[in-house]
Each structure stands twice: as C-alpha cells, then as structure tokens.
Design a binder for this molecule. Structure first.
Ligand code: PLP
Length: 395
C-alpha cells in the first residue's frame, strides 16, 4: 500500500510469527499439526512467580512505574548480573523494557545513525536485521556454516569491519543454531574488537540458563576491554517460561542506559507494572529453581538429535544451548518429493508442514538458506511423533 511508509513496506513479517499463524490456520481447519516453529517454552510459569504477580495486584501496583523500571527490580537485576555473569552494574545502568525485543529496539534507535553498519553473524535471530533496518542501519551478515558450529571466527569478524561498522549483535546461546561461544572464543573475538574501540556489542543472553555445556555461560562484557562498549541483553521469557509477560532488560554503560530510558519514555512509558513485580521474584530465585526445565530441554535435545540422525539427508551439529536444532538440509535440494520440487529451505519447511503436518521455520529467515529450524520446546510425545512423521514423509 503506497499510503504506508517505506519503513513498513520494506519490513519483513516475522517469519516465526508467520509460521505460527499458518499453523493456527491449519489447526482451525481441523489439521493435526505439531508446531515446532515457535521459540516458546512449553512449561507453566513457576508458582512462586505467579504468586508474586497476584500479590502485586492486591498491593495495587497499578500506576505507571519509573520509565526504566522499579528501583527494587533494577537492584535485583544488578544482583543477578553479579551472581550469574560476574558483571558489576549499578542500578542506573539497568533499563527494564517490554521484552528483550524492546530492549534491542531501544538500543538500535539510540545507537544507530542512517548508514551505520551492524555485523550479524548468520544465522542470527530473525528480528535483528529488521530492528537494525528500522533504525536505518545496514545489517552486514557474516555467514557461518555447520562446519564451524555456526560460530563466527575472529578473521571473519576482522574482514567484515569497515569504517562504517558501528555494532556487532549476536546471541549466545544462539537462536537459531543453539551454538554457545566459549570463553576462549569470546576472548579471540575481543582481540579483534579491542583494535576498533568505536564498535559496540549487543550480547543477547536471553538463553543463558539453557546451556548444556560443562563450562557454562560467559558474558562478553566480562572480557577485558569489553564492558565499556557492551550492552548485555537478557529477560525472563525463556528461562522462566514468561514469554507473554513481556519483560526484558539491559545492563549497559550508563550513558546508553539513559538514552534507552529517554527513548522508551516516549514510546511505552515503561514496562507492565505487575510483570515487573513478578520479575523480582524470578531474577532473585536461585537457578536451581528452574533446573528441571533445563534438564528436560537437555533430554529432548538428545532425543531429537538421535531421531533426526536416523533420517538420511539431515546434517546436524550438536547445539549446546537454547532449544533449537538447525539441521542443514541441502541434500534435498533439486529432489522431487511426492511430486513437489524442493529447491529451497522454505520449500522444504513448507513440505514438512503440508506432508508431515509438522511446523518448522525456514533458515532463510535467520540468514541461512540451507537449514531449517526445529524447536524442541514441545513434549517428548509430540517430539517423537513429529520426528516419526518427518521420517515417513521423506522415505
Ligand atoms: N533474543 C532472542 C535471541 C530470542 O530468541 C528472543 C525471543 O524469541 C528474544 C530476544 C525476545 O525475547 P522477549 O520475549 O523478551 O522479547
């Protein structure tokens, strides 16, 4: 529609949300679809968090909160950063927002000028490139492959840097690849970044707890020379199964936090008051209180890898975190399955939806068109059934 802005006309619709909508539509028609397209834990919110929300309602937390979040929530977040990430932020370096997605949008809008380049190791989370474009920045994709476990190497980073590079955005554990950068790998990237002090880093750590490595999660802000130019993004959607509660936050240099507060002061006035109160309970809770979810994701990852491994044509790495597998399915390109020619990952994902009744997401949405993303945030029964259907549809 030419009455709409170029900004919206040029924007892609979130591919994951589009697939979810298509799944709902087919389900409404009576089709028995197993949805493995969404990045959403299938657990309930832990009771102690629900209780905190109910209490907040009774205690009349019903007016506007401070724009950057309640003081005691920000305090609790500083303690969380210290406890889990060895990062010392003070409360004036914290901004609470309506989901990590808004945290990212704030950062883009306050840091990026038109034409500034933002390096995105691909595959990257689907919204990064469009958020960067909203801010009139230029996403610069650095393709990685399954052979390097979908991680960007220091030389790839170095080669992508130009005089216009303003930022690097990445997630570890990564959505969609599940890759986890080790301390050594982050240190090697920091060696390159230290040579370019004008480049800022967005470290999206929303999956930090869903990490199956023995060495655990490492925040890049903890590495020498990085704290002053890293925005650490996190939230409660994934770790506490609170996707709909919409709370995310950043820890950042104070001048960046202040700018983000100014930005959201004009856009949302701050995050939902009840969800903020509940988030205090969430971030204060010991990680042991959510360990059952992490253990369950770990088991499911192993199950899905085992079952997919039995299907010819799926090339797999071992994702070390988050709750996705990102198989390379190039093997099927150029083949005709049940009368359908498969040329792209989108064709393949659509084939699985139509022929196997399993919803996945094409890798194209994440900047990698040889792969599809399968979420294993579903029950074991559903996962077994889905893998069986996929196998049958391809045999
Ligand atoms: N970052 C990554 C890597 C994600 O996968 C997601 C959700 O899918 C988000 C951020 C957004 O999280 P929130 O629900 O807090 O907006």
């Amino acid at each position: 529609n030419h009455f709409l802005s170029d900004r919206i006309n040029n924007m892609a619709t979130s591919a994951t949300l589009a697939m979810a909508a298509k799944t709902r539509e087919l389900k409404a028609q009576g089709r028995d679809i197993i949805g493995l397209s969404l990045g959403e834990p299938d657990f309930n919110v832990p009771d102690f968090i629900k209780e905190a929300a109910i209490e907040a309602i009774h205690d009349n937390y019903s007016s506007y909160s401070p724009v950057d979040g309640y003081a005691d929530l920000k305090q609790a977040i500083t303690e969380k950063f210290k406890r889990d990430n060895n990062l010392t932020y003070s409360s004036n370096q914290i901004v609470v927002s309506t989901g990590a997605k808004q945290s990212l949008a704030n950062v883009a809008l306050v840091m990026i000028n038109p034409g500034d380049e933002v390096i995105l190791p691909a595959p990257y989370w689907v919204s990064y490139s469009d958020i960067v474009k909203i801010a009139e920045g230029v996403p610069v994709e650095v393709p990685t492959s399954i052979d390097t476990d979908f991680k960007m190497t220091p030389s790839q980073l170095e080669a992508a840097i130009t005089p216009k590079t303003k930022m690097l955005w990445f997630s570890s554990p990564c959505n969609p690849s599940g890759s986890v950068y080790s301390r050594e790998e982050l240190e090697a990237l920091a060696v390159v970044l230290r040579k370019h002090p004008n480049i800022f880093v967005v470290s999206d750590e929303i999956y930090e707890h869903i990490n199956f490595t023995t060495s655990g999660h490492v925040s890049i802000a903890e590495i020498d020379g990085m704290y002053e130019r890293t925005i650490t993004v996190n939230g409660v959607s994934k770790a506490f199964a609170m996707t709909g509660w919409r709370i995310g936050y950043i820890g950042a240099p104070e001048w960046i936090a202040k700018a983000c507060t100014k930005m959201q002061g004009q856009i949302t006035s701050g995050a939902n008051s009840i969800a903020q109160r509940a988030t205090i309970a969430a971030v204060k809770a010991p990680v042991s209180s959510i360990k059952f979810m992490i253990d369950e994701f770990h088991k499911r990852r192993d199950l899905v890898l085992e079952l997919l491994g039995e299907i010819e044509g799926f090339k797999l790495n071992v994702p070390e975190g988050a709750f996705y597998v990102f198989p390379n399915i190039e093997y099927f390109f150029g083949k005709t399955l049940r009368g359908r020619l498969i040329n792209t990952a989108a064709d393949f994902s659509m084939y699985l939806l139509e022929e196997a009744n399993v919803a996945t997401v094409t890798g194209e949405a994440f900047g990698n068109d040889n792969c599809i993303r399968i979420s294993y945030a579903a029950s074991e029964v559903e996962l077994r059934e889905a893998m069986k259907r996929i196998k049958e549809s391809l045999s």
